[in-house]
Design a protein around this ligand. Structure first.
Ligand code: C2E
Ligand code: MG
Ligand code: MG
Ligand code: MG
Length: 284
């Protein structure tokens, strides 16, 4: 299965390599078909304002409704797509869907920004800002409604190109978020050069709150650093009331995670939003 193939070590020479290569080719072929046949879709996971309890944004999370394997999460295929040019097609599709979704939800009274995950490879593609700006123009949507989540991988590969791309996107009014913050290699070194407005503190730290002192110190340091830079913070992977309550006592701005909601199928999100908004203000 796709999950088993993930454990093959691609850096070492071993007999599994030939099979791995074939598996890659067939997955990429299937993904191309998936794009053409509209098997790719998005679930949306809300982000909540820790002070007001309001839902303040939603993250688009890619799913693949595979004809035989069922509903697949990105962990089983996105890395393969990122090794090919298919990732450009997928990201353009994700942006288009998010922009269209924003328009539909706005008309239903759900006027929140939508965030889209961007790959390292997109940031290294010189035409990417033009492609993204063209989509905004096509649907007449202001970039402020679309947040782009990037991890620091691209900066390690080619920092100057990646920063240049991010600057152009920020100038087009897109909001930039740093995803999985704390898991990369050189965060502190480049952070002040990025036009980011939000830092997403990685779930690996959030899950260990509030009893693990190490996690407490790291989250505290990230929030303090972000405040000094005038950047907002969000805690990812909030799974329990205990963690949610703890975060409400810190200066962290927002939260996201199963405690608030799992990712919701696109067609159910607006109903969920209109029923749930305000619920979390009274908790804790
Ligand atoms: P991410 O952007 O860091 O997204 C968070 C992941 O954690 C999502 O997994 C989400 O479903 C999951 N999650 C959220 N809250 C909780 C929680 O409380 N507990 C736990 N255990 N997990 C939680 P998902 O949807 O499988 O996505 C995995 C990764 O795939 C994402 O990580 C992102 O890096 C990537 N991805 C998702 N959609 C896209 C896309 O459209 N394009 C690209 N290039 N990458 C995407
Ligand atoms: Mg993300
Ligand atoms: Mg993340
Ligand atoms: Mg991640």
């Amino acid at each position: 299965s796709l999950v088993q193939e993930k454990s093959v070590d691609m850096t070492a020479f071993n007999p599994a390599m030939a099979t791995q290569k074939e598996a890659n080719i067939s997955i990429l072929g299937e993904l191309q078909t998936a794009i053409n046949d509209e098997q790719l879709l998005f679930y949306y996971q809300p982000k909540i304002d820790l002070r007001t309890g309001d839902i303040c944004s939603a993250e688009a999370l890619l799913r693949w409704q595979h004809p035989r394997r069922g509903l697949l999460t990105p962990g089983s295929f996105i890395a393969r797509a990122e090794q090919s040019t298919l990732i450009q097609t997928i990201t353009e599709f994700a942006l288009r869907e998010a922009i269209k979704q924003h328009k539909v939800w706005s008309m239903q009274g759900v006027e929140i920004p939508i965030s889209v995950n961007i790959s390292t490879r997109n940031l290294l593609h010189p035409q990417f800002p033009q492609i993204a700006m063209r989509l905004l123009r096509e649907y007449k949507v202001d970039g402020k409604w679309i947040e782009l989540e990037v991890t620091e991988g691209a900066l390690v590969v080619d920092m100057e190109q990646a920063i240049d791309t991010l600057m152009q996107l920020a100038e087009a009014n897109f909001s930039i978020s740093i995803d999985d913050f704390g898991t990369g290699y050189s965060s502190l070194q480049y952070l002040h050069r990025l036009p980011a407005s939000l830092i997403k503190i990685d779930q690996s730290f959030i899950k260990r709150l509030p009893h693990d002192k190490g996690a407490v110190y790291i989250v505290d340091a990230a929030v303090t650093l972000a405040q000094k830079m005038g950047v907002k913070t969000i805690a990812e992977g909030v799974e329990t009331l205990e963690v949610y309550d703890y975060l409400r006592q810190t200066d962290c701005d927002m939260a996201q995670g199963y405690f608030i909601s799992k990712p919701i199928p696109q067609d159910r999100f607006s109903r969920w939003f209109l029923n749930q908004n305000g619920t979390y203000a009274s908790l804790g």
